[in-house]
Design a binder for this molecule. Structure first.
Ligand SMILES: *Cc1c(COP(=O)(O)O)cnc(C)c1O
Length: 219
């Protein structure tokens, strides 16, 4: 079952990449396993997935203990990170995609581990969304680049929800512009329902949950 869903997602990626004149190897499929047990991570790993996204430090802390060794697996934090959880996040994750302030970046630096990071950009005025404003990104990028433990790879965004990918496409385009302006290569954008539009607009990391694992149980 999971094998079939992975194949379906790979087919969608393959078609989008062709349309966009890009290469499959330019795109990382990040399997979003929030709200699923560690056994699902292991199953996905055994089917060849290596990059995993989790939203909550505490949830992943609880399930990672029982995972056992997964050589080559990499875990990305894609949910909002509070400063007081930065030290633990630096131990659990290899990539933090949701850096949104210089203060949080300094906390991660102080954890003393090498980390890949992306800056989360907030492109819409919705109250509930986290991320730094586009105007703040150049200065924040410079601040992060000055921290020796952190490697700044790119930008991440979560556009306002719409089931129509054409409505999220302008946000993907905007993220790409900000990344070009800041000379950043990685763009984390696109989810289960709009990964094609994201790939067409330059995504290098797509974050896919539902299309791989089915619907999540609501908390
Ligand atoms: C849950 C989540 C995803 C995955 O969403 P799906 O629609 O299930 O693919 C991607 N990115 C973030 C930040 C998320 O919280």
């Amino acid at each position: 079952m999971l094998k079939d869903r992975i194949d379906q997602v790979e087919e969608r990626i393959g078609r989008a990449v062709l349309r966009a004149g890009r290469k499959r190897s330019e795109i990382t499929l990040l399997a979003v396993t929030k709200k699923f047990p560690g056994s699902v991570i292991r199953e996905a790993y055994e089917l060849g997935l290596r990059e995993f996204g989790e939203n909550y430090v505490q949830e992943f802390d609880e399930k990672s203990g029982g995972l056992g060794p997964l050589p080559g697996a990499r875990f990305h934090l894609i949910g909002h990170l509070q400063s007081n959880k930065a030290a633990r996040a630096a131990e659990l994750f290899q990539t933090i995609q949701t850096v949104d302030s210089a203060r949080l970046a300094r906390r991660l630096e102080q954890a003393g581990r090498r980390l890949d990071v992306l800056i989360e950009v907030k492109l819409s005025p919705e109250e509930s969304k986290s991320g730094a404003a586009p105007e703040e990104i150049p200065a924040l990028a410079d601040a992060v680049r000055a921290l020796p433990n952190l490697s700044l790879l790119g930008l991440m965004t979560m556009p306002p929800w719409s089931d129509n990918p054409e409505e999220t496409r302008p946000y993907f385009r905007r993220l790409k512009q900000v990344a070009v302006q800041c000379r950043l290569a990685q763009l984390s954008m696109g989810m289960s329902h709009d990964l094609e539009a994201a790939i067409e607009e330059g995504a290098t990391i797509i974050r896919v949950g539902t299309a791989l694992f089915g619907p999540r149980v609501k908390a």
